[in-house]
Design a protein around this ligand. Structure first.
Ligand SMILES: [Zn+2]
Length: 530
């Protein structure tokens, strides 16, 4: 008999999905046997992982434009018995895929899927060679995480069915991660309400996991739009009120502010509308900022300062101002119990065996981008990541919001080359080569084994919630940065993707004709500079 006991966890939390499951007890030996079987299934499915990785690489879709990627991935999940909920949180390219084998731990597996503007690049070629000039490309390696998760869940599902192991597996995509514009909405809209834990995966250059506050920042993404009055720039400029002046003045004010910000804070902006042509006084202009800090409060302080500057800029120029939140990401805090359990499996799996060709490519790319790291691919496994003692600034990921909703970790897997600058064509080079494929297989093994640990020892789920409620949430309470009215900006990137879609289509990977994407592209692996 299964019992479902809801535990009330005092002041810090409302009702969490902390359940206890009475089920068959497995001995340590039985669990280890099932886990090594899962790893064998993952290994045997290496070909399928390679096809998925290469396929998503070839679609090269920006955030909110992940049409082909989502169609392809949900197709595979559907074929394998998953139930798909499409367009979650009103995001057309988003979905949650669920498969259940009865009441037991509900485990969600997430990863991002979008790519980077202007990062088009031939894989396996150790210098800048765009496939389509100016087009998007996987210069962040987000083509690998969902294929990893699918590989892992299909292996686990096979064993759950055979052994009648209860539990539910959910696969979900981080849509528009580069805009941090989906996960906070998923949390707001209740998509994680009935889920016990989340394993998130992200490409990296080692196989690793951490717990506690992670390095890096959270952020709020805000666009400020000004409206003035057009006029002939030469005929009657005194009759115009320039919205661009306002946007520029706000930018200047923020740049002065920068001197007085703590170095852990980071901010950057682009003009999204800077007028049409010089002889028309711009009646509309917009500037888009990311405000980052290692703490939630620091982010909100920057946001408040920027709002004042935007109002000031409007006052100075006689324009009006509107602002819009386009994305948000909480600083990440990862779960100790999941991380420690996973690290045990990471140690068992170890790093992939790199070939001479893999290392030659990696070293050549490091040289090409003047990396300080010149030693090629990782040969030594990362240690378990501990909470950062001195916070370190850096990037963000909206998995932060999920990590404050349910026990969560990010597993990093070795599908890319160390020492690259990120968000760059060089980060795409390895992503449809044996380096990426081997990294995904290693990661999928560690993930599958960890899922089994939690399915077969549900007391671990309870321990993960104990950490979440009694340690993680002791001093910090999650407050969403987005409001009930904020909508995900799903119109973003449409023009950029449409401009290149037909050119990119010619490069879509046809796995029925070619063993690998490198073969389809006619690339000798590795291709190095003469
Ligand atoms: Zn990423």
């Amino acid at each position: 008999m299964k019992t479902r006991k809801l535990v009330f966890l005092g002041l810090l939390c409302c009702f969490c999905a902390t359940l206890t499951f009475a089920q068959k007890k497995y001995s340590k030996k039985q669990i280890e046997k099932l886990k090594s079987e899962a790893a064998q299934i993952v290994e045997a499915n290496h070909k399928q992982s390679q096809v998925m990785v290469d396929k998503i690489f070839s679609f090269a879709e920006l955030g909110f434009q992940e049409v082909e990627s989502s169609k392809y991935l949900t197709g595979i999940l559907e074929e394998n018995g998953f139930e798909i909920e499409h367009s979650v949180s009103n995001i057309p390219t988003s979905w949650f895929a669920k498969w259940s084998n009865g009441e037991g731990p509900v485990i969600a597996l997430g990863s991002d899927v979008d790519c980077i503007p202007k990062a088009s690049q031939y894989p396996g070629v150790a210098y800048h060679k765009p496939m389509v000039d100016g087009a998007p490309g996987h210069g962040e390696g987000h083509n690998s995480g969902i294929p990893l998760n699918i590989t892992a869940v299909l292996a686990v599902k096979q064993l759950m069915e055979r052994e009648n192991i209860p539990g539910t597996l959910i696969v979900w995509p981080g849509i528009a991660e580069e805009l941090v514009a989906a996960k906070a909405w998923y949390v707001r809209d209740g998509l994680f309400d009935d889920i016990d834990m989340c394993i998130f995966t992200h490409v990296s250059n080692n196989l690793s996991v951490s717990w506690g506050q992670a390095w890096g920042t959270g952020l709020i993404s805000v666009e400020y739009s000004f409206e003035g009055e057009a006029a002939h720039s030469a005929g009657a400029p005194w009759r115009g009120r320039s919205a661009l002046d306002a946007a520029e003045l706000m930018n200047i004010a923020w740049n002065y502010k920068r001197e007085h910000l703590h170095p852990l804070k980071r901010s950057h902006s682009i003009f999204t509308d800077a007028g049409d042509q010089p002889n028309v006084v711009p009646s509309q202009a917009s500037i888009w900022f990311y405000f980052r800090d290692v703490e939630y409060q620091g982010i909100m302080d920057m946001y408040a300062m920027a709002n004042d500057m935007a109002k000031g800029a409007a006052l100075m120029t006689g324009t009006t101002m509107k602002s819009k939140v386009l994305g948000a990401a909480w600083p990440r805090h990862f779960n100790k119990v999941i991380a420690e359990t996973m690290y045990g499996n990471i140690e068992k799996v170890g790093l992939p065996t790199w070939s001479e060709a893999d290392q030659a490519l990696a070293k050549a790319v490091q040289k090409e981008v003047n990396s300080k790291d010149t030693t090629g691919l990782a040969m030594e496994l990362s240690e378990l990541g501990l909470p950062v003692k001195e916070p370190k600034s850096g990037g963000s990921d909206d998995i932060g919001d999920v990590s404050w909703k349910i026990p969560t970790v990010t597993m990093r897997f070795p599908s890319n080359i160390p020492g690259l600058q990120g968000h760059h064509w060089s980060n795409a080079i390895a992503m449809a080569t044996p380096i990426a494929h081997k990294g995904v297989t290693a990661g999928a093994k560690a993930e599958a084994m960890t899922i089994l640990d939690f399915l077969l020892k549900p007391e671990l789920v309870k321990q993960a919630w104990d950490y979440f409620n009694n340690e993680q949430s002791k001093e910090q309470k999650y407050e969403p940065m987005i409001s009930e009215d904020d909508m995900p900006p799903t119109y973003l990137n449409k023009d950029k993707q449409d401009q290149f879609r037909s050119a990119l289509e010619k490069f879509y990977y046809d796995e029925t004709q070619y063993d690998s994407y490198l073969e389809q592209l006619g690339i000798e692996y590795p291709t190095l500079k003469e």
